[in-house]
Write a protein that binds this ligand. Structure first.
Ligand code: ZN
Length: 189
């Protein structure tokens, strides 16, 4: 089922996600719906908060992006990124494993808004997968960027919080418009 994507201005985007204790049928259904919603919107990642659920769950798939490379290692050995896709991360822990690099980012909760964001080129990730099994890997490139962007969402952090002051100031009128529009829509409900 395709779910509505929550936009900037909705309070759930600022909520820290609750830990998922076990992968129940409800969680599995949410995962399937999140993939469907992400694919429909041509996204690379989607966090549970973006469909209105404050839980530590995100889905990622970088396979559609051909012009921005990713790499991954499992147990210290290079692995095919595609083997990790589609990626489900439950209760992820992410630590930096590389220097910061700038790269363009967008977010399905901020339609038409893009900015250069500085993030670690590589990260180490531990999480539970869609079956509730513990996984760990190191990744870099676009995948590392997506993992950091989505893990931020799970903690109520948005990419506008990572923008350089000057960039955010330039975007402020658009951000204010979007926020006002979302709040007006929420009031109607
Ligand atoms: Zn986002």
């Amino acid at each position: 089922m395709i779910l509505p994507v929550v936009k900037y201005g909705s309070p759930v985007l600022r909520q820290k996600g609750a830990k998922i204790e076990s992968v129940t049928p409800e969680v599995k259904k949410l995962i399937a719906d999140m993939f469907e919603t992400m694919n429909e919107n041509h996204g690379v990642g989607l966090a549970a908060q973006q469909v209105g659920v404050a839980k530590q769950l995100t889905v990622i798939d970088v396979r559609e992006v051909k012009d921005r490379p990713s790499w991954a290692e499992v147990g210290g050995r290079a692995t095919d990124v595609n083997d990790l896709m589609p990626l489900v991360l439950i209760n992820p822990e992410v630590t930096s494993a590389g220097d910061p690099v700038k790269g363009s980012e967008g977010c399905l909760s901020f339609p038409e808004i893009y900015a250069e964001i500085s993030r670690a080129e590589a990260v180490d990730v531990t999480a539970l997968d869609a079956e509730g099994k513990a996984i760990s890997f190191r990744c870099g490139g676009l995948l590392a960027r997506a993992v950091q962007h989505e893990t931020d969402h799970l903690n109520g952090i948005l990419f506008i919080d990572r923008m350089e002051k000057k960039v955010k100031l330039e975007l402020q009128p658009e951000l204010d418009d979007l926020q006002a529009q979302t709040k007006a829509e929420l009031k109607k409900k």
